[in-house]
Design a binder for this molecule. Structure first.
Ligand code: LLP
Length: 442
């Protein structure tokens, strides 16, 4: 018998409390959720729903955590997780570098004068426009991903261009297939096992206007095991030693990518960043020493782990259908969060804006789109008296939500609201039907 069994009201309030580590750092919970001192029900009233809020303090704290854990590394934010001017300004101020992978992401960087020397340009199929935008930006580094790209870049570059070669080290990161990128036989980079990586290095060296500064790998996303990163580091150092032996080149930068797992559910553990830093440092130094090569500068590229937990999305319940499964339909879904349908991603949810004495029962929160797979969260405990008009808050929506959003069913994308020190600021305004029609010129 627990205290919650004796005091049913306590059971109710406990059930409503999604664990603190899933919410932004500044969150306090009562009958509502307060982030950075701002009540989320009032954000919903002011800006409408769905709405995504982003806690500046949490973003900055994650940047500092990476820089503190790995002071010797160049911490490079992967902008694909969430690219908007405010976030790029915050991460620039926190001393991070930036990974971009399109002319569009470069345009956002340019709009806030992000320093060129701290930009890495990625992409398995960079278009001529992407490459031209990268060269026009200034002294960026380009992570080359195909032989075509190497030749094309060499033909375009007017000054000596710094490049890294992207390698697939044959490491299975044990994550969802759609976000596994370090194994052989796939579209990213050059395989280490087949010798394609060494061939790519030879090709770079054959162009006098390309300067090989480093090697890169990214084994996947939502990677939980530090051992996968260690294995990748060891294989990459092996390659570095081989290149030094065969071509006399010294690799100065080793970029091990991002992919640090983030907790989405109460039972998910946070990623052990300190353990990662310690084990990686040991692996890198040991391998370099035993191969007799200098220790390269380490680059890491966290995306999700910088912004995911800083974001919360608030939806309004449109209708509730009770049957064998209770479906709680909200005013967003697939268009603002395709992750459940793309990766089977699971989320936590809580009621905000009122308390309810009703029993908690498992329900499925679904979106408003014309797809049976349009699910927000499966089997989440919500009060039995949930009804149209209620507000639901979903944590961990800062990464790959805004950036993956679409206009499916001509639904307007929600606003992104920055919260800091008791104030809310529109970072990206909500889309309007006029926005949708502006492009539709036929
Ligand atoms: N570096 C490279 C080269 C990448 O391709 C990625 C992510 C990252 C760094 C950052 O990985 P992160 O630390 O954010 O896991 N849309 C998927 C995730 C796709 C990740 C693509 N690449 C999702 O929502 O789970």
């Amino acid at each position: 018998v627990t205290l919650a069994d004796i005091l049913p009201t306590l059971a109710v309030s406990l059930a409503d409390k999604v664990p603190a580590h899933l919410w932004p750092d500044t969150t306090t919970q009562d009958d509502d959720l307060h982030v950075a001192g701002v009540r989320l029900a009032s954000v919903a009233a002011t800006f409408g729903t769905p709405v995504t809020v982003l806690d500046e303090t949490t973003v900055r704290a994650r940047c500092r955590a990476f820089r503190t854990a790995l002071p010797e590394a160049e911490v490079t934010y992967a902008g694909k997780a969430l690219s908007c001017r405010a976030v790029l300004r915050w991460i620039a101020e926190e001393g991070l570098s930036l990974d971009v992978c399109s002319a569009g992401e470069l345009a956002v960087a340019r709009s806030v004068n992000f320093p060129a020397s701290r930009i890495l340009v990625h992409g398995n199929a960079k278009t001529p426009d992407d490459l031209k935008a990268a060269l026009a930006y200034g002294d960026v580094r380009i992570v080359v991903d195909s032989l075509d790209e190497i030749d094309h870049l060499a033909a375009l570059a007017r000054t000596r261009q710094r490049v890294l070669v992207r390698v697939t080290p044959g490491v299975d990161a044990h994550t969802h297939r759609a976000i596994t990128t370090g194994t052989d036989d796939q579209k990213f980079g050059f395989s280490l096992a087949t010798g394609a990586a060494s061939e790519a290095v030879r090709r770079v060296l054959s162009h006098p206007n390309l300067e090989l500064t480093g090697l890169h790998c990214h084994i996947g996303s939502q990677v939980r095991r530090v051992a996968s990163f260690e294995l990748a580091a060891r294989r990459m150092v092996d390659l570095i030693a081989g290149l030094r032996r065969d071509h006399g080149v010294t690799i100065h930068e080793l970029d091990l990518g991002g992919g640090f797992a983030v907790p989405y559910l109460p039972e998910d553990d946070p990623f052990d960043l300190t353990g990662y830093a310690t084990r990686l440092r040991v692996a890198l130094h040991y391998e370099c020493q035993s191969h007799g090569v200098p220790v390269p500068k380490l680059i890491i590229e966290p995306g999700r782990s910088i912004v995911a937990t800083a974001g919360v999305t608030v939806y309004r319940v449109v209708t509730v259908k009770r049957g064998p499964t209770t479906f709680v339909a909200v005013d967003g879904g697939l268009s603002d969060n395709p992750r459940p349908s793309l990766y089977g991603a699971r989320y936590s949810v809580r009621l905000i804006g009122r308390t309810s004495p009703a029993r908690r029962t498992p329900m499925t929160v679904v979106g408003r789109h014309c797809e049976a797979g349009d699910v927000v969260a499966t089997d989440v405990p919500l009060p039995a008296d949930i009804h149209a008009g209620d507000l639901l808050a979903v944590p961990c929506t800062g990464a790959y939500h805004h950036s993956l959003a679409s206009n499916y069913n001509q639904v307007c994308r929600p606003p992104l609201i920055g919260l800091h020190n008791g104030t809310s600021t529109v970072l990206v305004r909500g889309e309007t039907e006029e926005d949708l029609l502006r492009r539709d010129v036929g």
